[in-house]
Design a protein. Structure first.
Length: 141
């Protein structure tokens, strides 16, 4: 009986993966590749650390369908991206453009590394400049 329950549990554990894929009626392989490339350039607004192609969030599914619909209407990749940016801001792009509002996003990590390096260098210099007292070999611990 335990084996049957375990087998059923394992069967249902993998069932969610089967529903994660949205089958879309692409006209050809080139259109499918274009769709995959485009959805990898867009960020899931719910997950934020996943692209639109990999996210299983309901909003991501809706946005994938919307991207597909716009592709069917003959929109270019730039037009689709521009529409999503106008609706959701530059945050929807996985690679946001360099502009006044995104300079911290682009250069913030480098600034943190430089500031951290300066702090570590000062601590090391301060410790090196403090005179060390000679250790007396007669002292016992």
């Amino acid at each position: 009986m335990k084996r049957i329950v375990l087998a059923i549990a394992l069967l249902f554990a993998g069932l969610h993966v089967a529903f994660a894929i949205d089958p879309l009626p692409f006209t050809d392989r080139a259109q499918e590749l274009r769709f995959q490339h485009l959805t990898r350039q867009l960020r899931c607004l719910v997950c934020q650390n996943q692209d639109l192609a990999d996210s299983d969030a309901d909003l991501a599914k809706d946005l994938r369908r919307q991207v597909f619909q716009m592709m069917q209407e003959g929109k270019t990749d730039d037009e689709i991206k521009q529409y999503l940016v106008s609706r959701y801001n530059d945050f929807v792009l996985y690679d946001p453009p360099l502009q006044a509002g995104t300079w911290l996003l682009w250069f913030g990590p480098l600034a943190f590394v430089l500031i951290g390096g300066i702090i570590v260098a000062r601590i090391v210099r301060k410790r090196a400049s403090v005179p060390q007292e000679p250790i007396d070999s007669r002292e016992e611990w």
